[in-house]
Design a protein around this ligand. Structure first.
Ligand code: AMP
Ligand code: ZN
Length: 114
């Protein structure tokens, strides 16, 4: 596998601001926040994109969304709403090829995102 900045974050080689963690998930602050709350939720297991999650690993999706639910509640976003986004592949502008769920909130979010 080529080097992966999110694997480097998981190993501590690259610093991050932790928000939530458990056995399978790590969540940290996005370095270039696009909203007052902008958190990245990633599996500890390296998976490049949505399409690379194997059938036996589909529980990753449930873990990502379960963590999002906990964090949204913890940050008080459940009242006014928030957005969950996964950019997948070139047309979506996926820049980091380690699956990640963006959790964004704290302001009115435009739709469609563009
Ligand atoms: P995407 O375009 O969906 O691949 O999003 C990648 C996200 O990773 C962007 O929102 C970046 O701001 C964020 N990002 C890149 N490097 C870091 C880092 N070292 N720490 C935290 N967030 C990062
Ligand atoms: Zn990785």
């Amino acid at each position: 596998m080529d080097s992966c900045i999110f694997c480097d974050i998981l190993s501590g080689k690259i610093p991050s601001t932790p928000i939530y963690q458990d056995d399978t998930i790590y969540a940290f602050a996005d370095i270039h926040p696009k909203a007052p709350v902008h958190i990245l939720i990633i599996p500890r297991q390296h998976v490049s994109s949505v399409m690379d999650v194997q059938t036996q690993d589909l529980k990753i999706f449930s873990a990502l969304h379960g963590a999002a639910q906990k964090i949204a509640r913890e940050k008080g976003l459940d009242r006014d709403g928030f957005r969950l986004v996964i950019n997948n592949g070139t047309n979506a502008g996926q820049a980091v090829h380690h699956l990640h769920l963006h959790l964004m909130g704290g302001r009115k979010l435009n739709w469609p995102p563009g």
